[in-house]
Design a protein around this ligand. Structure first.
Ligand code: SF4
Length: 354
């Protein structure tokens, strides 16, 4: 896969664009003023592998909470601001690593200049976040089109460029997948700023993950996209998990275990659905890359999953444990999950040289 050449932009210790790996980000959905709840959610997001955290800053109280939220934080924090330049200044002052604000929505030129100067002084990049749901009225003559999304982004870009500011990332989000795909394609020919990609308002866990995988996956496969946010209605930790699944499926990132499990068929004689779901839950704690297979039958299982590091294949009341397609032992069905987890421990310890 040939990735689009984008200009690298730094957010604290994380580089977005250039040769940097595609990073995973998410946004808290706690009340930003509730420092305890927000820090707890950020902790869970970081544990799940989130590399950039965004928080909404809707008012000055939220801006005042930022220093406490950021205390000891290991990943960059981005303040999401709509319209109010004073909130942008307060967030920069509080030490955030990035801003999401559209310069065309800030108001008079002196306000834009104030934000850009402060951002430049503190090396804070700005993400221009164009959303199909909030395009400028004069761009909507033909309705919400890819051209309108691109036009809107270029307007915001030119405001920043006129002030000599180039630490820019861009997103062009829509809940309509073909619309956003076309828009990113069009913009890719016009600028070299890194792209934050995602399908906005994608939906709940099931439908939203699929829609995001189609939209984000299609862009990534064509080399577009430098940082990813999956938007789901629900726990943002699921967004991070979904993002890694997309990146792993395309071979762009390796993090945590990848579960391969067969769909089951008339040959299955064990409760594979329960076993697969139990294994999936237990694998969530593993951060090292590992392919684990849960297959329904011994006839096809080990062979079909020979690329897996380790796996199980069901028989009648028992099953096989295999590594790289080679059977290593037979165990009772009731012990299959435990034995599989032991084998995984051995692999991880072996890799760690223990
Ligand atoms: Fe059926 Fe075996 Fe294939 Fe699973 S691995 S779908 S049980 S043939």
């Amino acid at each position: 896969m040939q990735r689009r050449k984008s200009r690298p932009v730094r957010l604290g210790a994380v580089t977005v664009g250039g040769d940097a790996p595609v990073s995973v980000q998410s946004m808290t959905n706690t009340d930003t003023c509730d420092v305890v709840a927000t820090r707890a959610q950020i902790g869970r997001l970081v544990e799940a592998g989130c590399e950039i955290i965004r928080v909404a800053v809707p008012d000055q109280r939220a801006a005042r909470a930022l220093p406490d939220i950021m205390r000891g934080l290991e990943v960059p924090l981005v303040a999401d601001i709509h319209f109010d330049y004073r909130l942008a200044l307060a967030a920069i002052d509080a030490g955030v690593d990035g801003l999401r604000i559209n310069p065309g929505n800030i108001g008079s030129r002196d306000k834009v200049v104030a934000v850009v100067q402060a951002a430049r002084q503190k090396n804070v990049p700005i993400r221009i976040g164009v959303n199909a749901g909030s395009l400028e009225k004069d761009l909507l003559r033909e309705g919400v089109t890819p051209e309108a999304l691109v036009q809107s982004a270029l307007r915001h870009v030119s405001i920043l460029e006129e002030l000599g500011f180039y630490e820019i990332k861009i997103s062009l989000k829509a809940s309509d997948v073909p619309l956003m795909l076309t828009a990113y394609h069009m913009l890719a020919d016009k600028v070299d700023y890194p792209f934050h990609i995602g399908v906005t308002e994608a939906g709940t866990l099931f439908a939203g993950s699929i829609k995001s995988a189609v939209g984000i996956g299609a862009l990534l496969w064509e080399g577009l996209g430098d940082t990813v946010r999956v938007s789901l209605t629900g726990d943002p930790v699921q967004e991070v998990r979904a993002a890694y699944e997309i990146l792993k499926a395309l071979g762009l990132r390796r993090r945590g275990a990848e579960l391969i499990s067969c769909p089951t068929c008339g040959r299955t004689r064990i409760d594979l659905v329960r076993i697969a779901s139990e294994v999936e839950q237990r694998l969530a704690a593993i951060k090292q890359p590992l392919k684990v297979a849960v297959m329904g039958c011994v006839v096809n299982g080990p062979g079909e999953a020979r690329h897996a590091d380790v796996g199980i294949a069901g028989g009648i009341g028992e099953g096989l444990i295999f590594r790289k397609g080679q059977v290593i032992r037979k165990v009772q069905e009731s012990l299959l999950v435990e034995e599989l987890m032991k084998e995984i421990d051995h692999i991880i310890q072996g890799r760690n040289g223990d």
